[in-house]
Design a protein around this ligand. Sequence first.
Ligand code: FAD
Length: 500
Amino acid sequence: MTAEPIQKLVIVGGGTAGWMSASLLVKLMGADLDITLVESDEIGTVGVGEATIPPIQTFNNVLGLDENAFLRQTQGTFKLGIQFENWGAPGDKYMHAFGPIGRELGFSAFHHFWLRRAKQGASDSLWDYSLNYQAAKADKFARLDHLPGSSLPGLTHAFHFDAGLYARYLRAGSEQMGVRRVEGRITQTQLNSETGFIEAVILEDGTRLEGDLFLDCSGFRSLLMGEALQVGYEDWTHWLPCDRAIAVPAENGPRLRPYTQSIAHQAGWQWRIPLQNRAGNGHVYCSDHISEDEATAVLMNNLEGMPLAEPRTLRFTTGRRAKFWHKNCIAVGLSSGFMEPLESTSIHLIQTAVVRLAQMFPTKAFDAVNEGEYNRQLGFEYERIRDFIILHYHTNQRTDSPFWTTCREMAIPESLQHKMDLFTATGRIFRENNELFTEDGWLQVMIGQGLRPASYHPLADQVPMDTLTDFMANLRGLHQRALTDLPSHTAFIAAHCAAG
Ligand code: FAD
C-alpha cells in the first residue's frame, strides 16, 4: 500500500445516502476523483425520511443549493422543532424547539435564572423564552437571523421534505458535475485474497466496477460492509425496543404546521410530517407488545386526512455497525446503523459521515490510525444520539401499558445516567466534543419529560429578583413584537417556495 492519492471512488446505492455522498464529494474533490455510483431501480430505495435538523442548511449551502429552489423541488416545508405529545403522561405536550432558550447570560446558562424564579412560584414556562416555540405554535415563519433591532438570535430552522425527491435533485447536480451513474444489480463483491480489500463489484450483466475506495450506501442490506466484509452489528434493542414502522402518506390536515409531531401511543409513537403536497405519517412500534394489525389500526385511526396509499411495514434493528470504516470501505446511511426517527437524525448522520470522510480522506496507504479516528468520532456521535432518544422513553410517567413500564424500569447507558444525575442534582448540562444536540435541546426534553433539578447555579441568586422579573418580561416582549410581524408558514411558502 502506498501513499498515492485515491483515484477511483465507487458508491454502491443511490438513496439519500448515495446521492448526498456523491454530491458533496464531487463538489469538493471532483477535479481529482473519478466517481461512479451504481444503483438498481428494480431494488429501489427505502422510500421514507422526511424530517431533518438545522445542520442540513450547512450541507445545502456547501453544495450551493438555493433554498427556495430546493424546497420547490422536494415539496419541502420549514421545521422549527418537534412537538412531543403524550410522552411524559397521556395528555402532556412539550416541544424540542430548535434555537436558543432565553439569551446568553455568561457563566450560568439562562435556564438557571428561570429555575430560580420557578422555585419561588413563578408560573412562566421555559418555552415562553423560545422564539422558535412561539412561532411554531402560532404557525408562523420567516427567515429571521436576528430579532428586529437587536443582536439577539431570531429563528433557527430545518426542513421537512421528500427524501426521494431530494436524492433525485442531488443526482441531477452530481451528474452535471461529472458523477457517472450505472444502473444495475450488484451480484458479487470481489475481495483481494491477501489484503481482504474490496477490488470490484460485479453487476448481474457481468459489468465489473473497480475502485480504490468504496462507499456502502446500499441501505439496510449493507451489501459491502455487512455481507462482503462481514463487519458485525451492535444491537441496541435492549435500550430502544421498537423494531417496526408502518408508514403511509395522507392528505394534509387543516394547518401546515412548521413542526414535526411525535405522538406517543400504547407501544410506540406516531410521526406527522407536513410536506407541501401531503403529510408523511408513520407508527414506530415494538412488535413484542402490539401486533402489526393493531399498530396499523392505531396509525390509520390517527390520520388527519385521507390516506393516499396503502400502509407499508418496515422492519429494523436499532443499533450500529461495529465499524463504520473498514479497510477500503465506508458505510454511509442505513448500512451503517439505524436509530428510529424520533429526533430526525438519520439524514444528519449521512451528512456527518460524508463530511468526516472529506476531512479524513485517505490515500491508497489507508492508514489504520485514520480509519480508527473516523470510527471513534462517528461512534461517539452515534452513542450520544442514542442516549438522547433513550431519554424520551426512559423518563416517561405512563402507567397505561407494559411497554412504557418496561422502558421506565430498564437499565440505561452509564453516559445517559450521568447526564440525568448531573441535571437533577445541579441543573447543569454540558455538551461534550462533537455531540450533536445542544444544552438547550437536552434541557427541553428533560424538563418536558418531567425531570426537575434540586438546585440551580448560585450565580442566578446574584441578580435582584425585581431586576430578573423585568429582564424576563422584556425578553418575552421582544419575542412577541417579533412574532407580530411574521407571516403564516403557509403564506411564506406560497410567496417564496411553492412547488406548484
Ligand atoms: P436506501 O434508501 O435503502 O438506498 C439503498 C440504495 O442501494 C438503493 O438505491 C438501492 O437500489 C441500492 N442497492 C441495494 N442493493 C443493491 C444491489 N444489490 N445492487 C445495486 N444497488 C443496490 N431519516 C431522517 O433523517 N428523518 C426521518 O424523518 C426519517 N424517517 C425514517 C422513517 C423510517 C421508518 C425509516 C426506516 C427511516 C427513516 N429515516 C429518516 C432514515 C432515512 O430514510 C434514511 O437514512 C435515508 O433515506 C438513507 O437511506 P439509504 O440511502 O441509506 O438507503
